[in-house]
Design a protein around this ligand. Sequence first.
Ligand SMILES: Cc1cc2nc3c(=O)[nH]c(=O)nc-3n(C[C@H](O)[C@H](O)[C@H](O)COP(=O)(O)OP(=O)(O)OC[C@H]3O[C@@H](n4cnc5c(N)ncnc54)[C@H](O)[C@@H]3O)c2cc1C
Ligand code: FES
Length: 275
Amino acid sequence: MSVDNISFMKELFQKKVEILYHTKAGSGYFKIGLAFPELARISRPGQFVMVRLPDRYIPLLRRPFSVHNRLVEGDAINGIELLYKVVGETTQAMSELKAGDLLDVLGPLGNGFTFPEGIQNVFLVAGGVGVASLYYLALDLAERRAVRPTVFLGGCSATDILCRKGFESIGSRVQITTEDCSLGEKGVVTSLVQKALEVDGKPQMIYACGPTGMLKAVSDLARTYDVSCQISLETVMACGFGVCLGCVVEKTGSPGAYLHACTDGPVFDYRAIRI
Ligand SMILES: Cc1cc2nc3c(=O)[nH]c(=O)nc-3n(C[C@H](O)[C@H](O)[C@H](O)COP(=O)(O)OP(=O)(O)OC[C@H]3O[C@@H](n4cnc5c(N)ncnc54)[C@H](O)[C@@H]3O)c2cc1C
Ligand code: FES
């Protein structure tokens, strides 16, 4: 199915958009600002876009990236920002683009995080570049609901710890772990989350995004401490809109039943899927 044939989806845009800026965000990480106001106006934290380099057939398939922020100037919403890590062919080619170049963007896609009314006490748990979507969530919670989440950032090394100042500037307390002990405590991020659950008590919701192993560990903590928890998957995706079946995840409690990470997710209640 081509992009032209997915007009059944409401509020979905596909366009070659101008790159407004493109800056390094640390070793191997970049932030890219895209002029896409119509998409920015309706995107929610946890949603993503599928990106392709225009006029190239390799890589053929689009790649998914979370909306990291909206570009706002006064009352005007001008576009979106992505935060990405260079890991392979597409991200390497993206990293060579400059302001004024074009990127082919489709979105917004996916369900996004949900936020039950009245909750105040929230944990955000990010592994590496999983912070991309959680940062947008934190900004939204601070701006629209006056909620300042407690943030847990984990990475292999200090260079994988991103957005710390941004979280602190909205009043969030940030706790950090690195596996090589180059920043914060040595170890994995879930050990700090467990400590906080023991010492500070339970939050009303945990939101987590990162590698599958981390999401499993966060889900185990949610189960053990009986805390509501939403996890955002970084599953490999080929189409992003429910057609290729490349992103299926097993549904719990229904043997043989599957959900699509792209259309039913990427955000799931941890109890809904087996990862
Ligand atoms: C909903 C969603 C949101 C995402 N948001 C972001 C984001 O905001 N920022 C960001 O940097 N990345 C994000 N990702 C991951 C991103 O899509 C991949 O890093 C990207 O597709 C890699 O493309 P590539 O062509 O550069 O690498 P490839 O050449 O396709 O792959 C290079 C290597 O990375 C591995 N790889 C590729 N995709 C993934 C993945 N999803 N998880 C683990 N390993 C992978 C491959 O197995 C391979 O070893 C997101 C993924 C999903 C599903
Ligand atoms: S990525 Fe194609 S069905 Fe989900």
